[in-house]
Design a protein around this ligand. Structure first.
Ligand code: NDP
Length: 283
């Protein structure tokens, strides 16, 4: 029996597990998805301290859990724990979606969610265009493969710790052309502007943003922050101070990655745009 067939038969007890998850929007998102199919699911937030991820996960499944989303800082630990992993999880070396059969199944839907948000919601073309990614942590590793699949002309990764950017470039350069830069080079950047700028660092959680030259972008550049809420604000403020007209936070990515998890667990494909609009405060 395939993973998809097994996932389709299961009922509905789900959780998101992370260290700081009080404000996670995943319960609202998955409940809204389930309502589209007249299903009722239970989706809870499970806080786990740094050393308690595995115990929390095992307890949830032992008590009848059917699927779990994994968030910071446990995606790598989840990857290590899974015995069957999707190609995307292997590429990202991180897992954000888990379900169980006799195996622990791990998938990573972050990259697919990001790519879907760019293509379907923002209708941006990446093919043959240039992209700058700020940050070289787990989030960049998670989206890089999906971004390269869209065949950009070149990706430049800029990071405070250059060695982390170089390591990503080495791991992914068989999929496309990747350059690296020290983060502080962006302050006095004088090369050609980028078609797409992706802010994928966690600096916004400290209310910070690396210094960025305005000439990094033009009016047609998409400025995209993987974060949402207050963590995205410093970059969004900077983007609004430039001539860029297409500016987005990562809320669409959050909903799209959730939709991919929902599909893996339940075999159902929820509509996402109304859920994104509702989270943005639409009536
Ligand atoms: P990591 O901890 O793995 O990496 C953090 C990155 O941010 C590193 O590149 C780090 O640089 C950089 N950084 C941290 N502080 C600063 C600073 N003050 N100035 C410059 N650079 C800084 O985190 P992740 O990659 O997993 O996550 C990054 C962000 O993406 C998070 O805010 C997370 O919430 C968000 N995210 C959003 C998702 C969505 O669904 N929309 C999904 C996944 C993540 P260095 O290497 O030098 O330390």
């Amino acid at each position: 029996m395939s993973d998809q067939q097994i996932a389709t038969r299961i009922p509905g007890r789900f959780a998101v597990i992370g260290e700081v998850i009080a404000h996670s929007q995943s319960p609202q998102i998955h409940t809204a998805f389930a309502q589209q199919f007249d299903r009722s699911i239970e989706y809870v937030r499970l806080q786990a301290d740094a050393d308690a991820f595995a115990a929390t996960l095992h307890k949830f499944f032992a008590e009848g859990g059917h699927g779990a989303n994994i968030t910071l800082p446990f995606k790598q630990e989840a990857y290590a724990l899974c015995t069957e992993r999707s190609a995307e999880a292997e590429q990202a070396q991180a897992v954000n979606t888990i379900w169980r059969t006799s195996d622990w199944h791990g998938a990573n839907t972050d990259g697919g969610g990001f790519s879907k948000d760019l293509r379907a919601n923002l209708q941006v073309k990446i093919h043959d265009r240039t992209a700058l990614i700020i940050g070289a942590g787990g989030a960049t590793r998670g989206v890089l493969g999906s971004l390269l699949e869209l065949r950009p002309a070149q990706i430049t990764i800029a990071n405070r710790t250059l060695a982390r950017a170089d390591e990503l470039a080495a791991d992914f350069s068989h999929l496309g052309s990747i350059k690296t830069l020290r983060l502080d080079a962006l302050a006095s950047f004088s090369d050609a502007p980028f078609d797409l700028i992706i802010q994928a660092s966690s600096a916004g959680h400290q209310g910070a943003l690396p210094e960025l030259a305005k000439r990094l972008c033009t009016a047609t550049t998409l400025c995209y922050d993987l974060n949402y809420g207050s963590a995205a604000q410093p970059f969004l403020d900077w983007a609004h101070s430039t001539e860029a007209e297409l500016i987005s936070d990562g809320l669409g990515m959050l909903v799209e990655q959730a939709a991919l998890s929902f599909r893996l667990w339940l075999g159902l494909e929820p509509a996402t745009q109304a859920v994104i609009a509702k989270l943005r405060g639409a009536p």
